[in-house]
Ligand binder design. Structure first.
Ligand SMILES: [Zn+2]
Length: 244
């Protein structure tokens, strides 16, 4: 009981300290905490150049992200810009837009993602971007859905492709997926999503996510889409994919 109370006090203290740090140094690099110069927005140029890119756009080969969905669901094209690892510098960047109110970072990286995707022919026929839905309670607490912010960045460079966040309904709040194994994750999400039949008006939809781990959530969304629109093409865009 006392231990739990101490934990709560520590959590509250960290919450306020994080907020305070942000107030006193809003121009600090989210990775190394060094001061930013005027041309840098959230990350210093050294840390930015060291973010682990996948370089998927430079290769015609099948990627590990393509392979993640083999035998599960038919996917047209996949792409992720960065590798996400427990100890790499992509983690604090994603942490900043998920937990530190830095939606601007998600939009900025979405624009980079959009520029890369323009070089890949498999994405040229995409006619709508669908952000991974966030439960309303989580969205309310965070103030925004980070995958919508990434999609906004992509859409700002793909001038003819809009975002639709009304096509997929997430039914109920589940426990955080991060600590569950692959099978439990799948059971946890398999019937969680419902697609609106009007999705069938599109020919090629791109699902947008922040970090792709097991792909279970995206698989469940794709299955719900194929139920109402069996002939639709589905592609997958992640800001990052976990390094295997
Ligand atoms: Zn830095």
């Amino acid at each position: 009981m006392i231990k739990r109370r101490l934990e709560i006090i520590r959590e509250i203290k960290n919450y306020f300290l994080d907020g305070f740090r942000h107030v006193v140094s809003p121009n600090a690099c989210v990775v190394c905490e060094g001061e930013l110069v005027q041309s840098e927005s959230f990350c210093c140029s050294v840390c930015f150049s060291e973010l682990a890119q996948t370089h998927y756009a430079d290769s015609e080969m099948t990627t590990e992200l393509d392979e993640l969905f083999f035998g599960r669901i038919p996917i047209c094209s996949t792409y992720a810009l960065y590798y996400y690892q427990k100890y790499n510098t992509v983690k604090p960047v994603i942490h900043a837009f998920k937990y530190k109110n830095r939606a601007d970072i998600a939009v900025f990286l979405g624009r980079l993602l959009g520029e890369k995707l323009m070089q890949i022919s498999g994405f040229s026929s995409v006619d709508i971007l669908i952000p991974t839905p966030l439960h309303l309670k989580k969205r309310y607490l965070r103030g925004y859905n980070q995958t919508e912010k990434i999609a906004q960045g992509i859409s700002s460079v793909w001038s003819n492709v809009q975002i639709n966040d009304q096509l997929i309904l997430k039914k109920e709040h589940t426990k955080s997926q991060t600590k569950l194994d692959k099978f439990t994750r799948w059971n946890n999400v398999s019937d969680l999503f419902v697609s609106h039949p009007s999705i069938a008006q599109y020919r090629h939809v791109a699902l947008v996510d922040d970090v792709i781990t097991t792909g279970s959530t995206l698989e469940a969304i794709a299955r719900s889409i194929l139920k109402v629109a069996p002939n639709i093409q589905i592609s997958i865009i992640g800001l990052a994919v976990t390094m295997r």
